[in-house]
Design a binder for this molecule. Structure first.
Ligand code: MG
Length: 245
C-alpha cells in the first residue's frame, strides 16, 4: 500500500470522530454525579441600577484587549463564544470601588482534553484578578481549577455543573486601597458559583494574576474575558456598582 493511502486510511476514523463531536452535547460516556449537575443554573436578570455588559445582542460594550480593536467572537443564540486566536476581550468601561459582577457561562464538552486543556477561559476583574473558568467537573479543586482565584485561592468546594450546562458566577469585588501611593488594603473577593459561596472576602495579595492586564492597581480596570483557545460561551453579564472607590 502506498504510504499516503495508508496514512489517509489511518486518519479517516479520527477525522470522523472529530467531525461528529458536538462540544455542546454530552455523550453516553459522560456520567453526572447528580441529576441537578445537568440542569442549567437559572439566569438572573440585571437588577435596578446595574450596568448591562452583555445581553446577547451585540459587542457594543466590548473591545479587544488592546482597547480599540473590534470584537469578533461569535454570537450564538443569545450567547457569545470565544474564537481561538482572536484574543481576550475587555469592557470599554473601567470599574473601581466595590461592585457586584454577575456572569453566566458554560464550558464545552472536550472529553479528549485534560487539566487546563478543557474549556479554559477566565473572568478577570479589573483585568487583573482572574476567576478561573475551566471544565473541572468532579475534580478536587486546586488553585487553577474552575472557581479558583487563579494562583491565589482554590474554591472552598467544587460547585461545578457538567460541561455544556449553564453556570453562574456572582463576584463581589472591592478594589485595593491606597494612601499616599502605598497599598493599605489588598483587593478582596467574595464569589458564589451556581449560588454556592466558594470564596468569602478573600484578600488577594498580588496585583495581577497570570496573563492579566496588569497596570496600576490603584486605578480602575475593565472586565476581561479570556481567550484560551476553547469555545467557552458567556451570556447575561451585568455589573452593579455598590460603592465608589
Ligand atoms: Mg483561564
Amino acid at each position: 500500500m502506498r504510504p499516503t493511502l495508508a496514512l489517509a486510511l489511518l486518519l479517516a476514523p479520527i477525522a470522523v470522530a472529530f467531525a461528529a463531536d458536538d462540544p455542546w452535547k454530552l455523550d453516553d460516556k459522560f456520567k453526572a454525579a447528580k441529576p441537578e449537575d445537568l440542569k442549567d443554573a437559572p439566569s438572573v436578570p440585571a437588577p435596578k441600577g446595574a450596568i448591562s455588559l452583555f445581553d446577547g445582542k451585540d459587542f457594543s460594550q466590548w473591545v479587544k484587549k488592546d482597547g480599540k480593536g473590534e470584537v469578533k467572537w461569535t454570537l450564538k443564540g443569545g450567547a457569545m463564544e470565544g474564537v481561538k486566536g482572536h484574543g481576550d476581550i475587555i469592557t470599554r468601561e473601567k470599574f473601581g470601588g466595590t461592585f457586584k459582577l454577575h456572569v453566566e457561562f458554560r464550558v464545552p464538552y472536550e472529553p479528549n482534553g485534560a487539566g487546563q486543556g478543557r474549556g479554559n477561559s477566565g473572568v478577570y476583574v479589573q483585568g487583573r484578578y482572574e476567576v478561573q473558568v475551566l471544565d473541572s467537573y468532579g475534580l478536587k479543586s486546586g488553585k487553577n481549577d474552575c472557581g479558583a482565584i487563579y494562583g491565589v485561592a482554590a474554591p472552598k468546594e467544587n460547585a461545578c455543573k457538567a460541561p455544556t450546562v449553564w453556570q453562574t458566577y456572582d463576584i463581589e469585588f472591592t478594589a485595593p486601597k491606597y494612601e499616599n501611593g502605598k497599598k493599605t488594603e489588598p483587593a478582596k473577593m467574595t464569589v458564589s458559583h451556581n449560588g454556592i459561596k466558594i470564596h468569602d472576602a478573600v484578600p488577594i495579595p498580588v496585583d495581577n494574576t497570570t496573563s492579566g492586564l496588569g497596570g496600576d492597581p490603584a486605578t480602575p480596570g475593565p472586565i476581561l474575558l479570556q481567550d484560551h483557545g476553547h469555545p467557552v460561551q458567556y451570556r447575561n453579564i451585568w455589573l452593579l456598582p455598590i460603592k465608589n472607590g
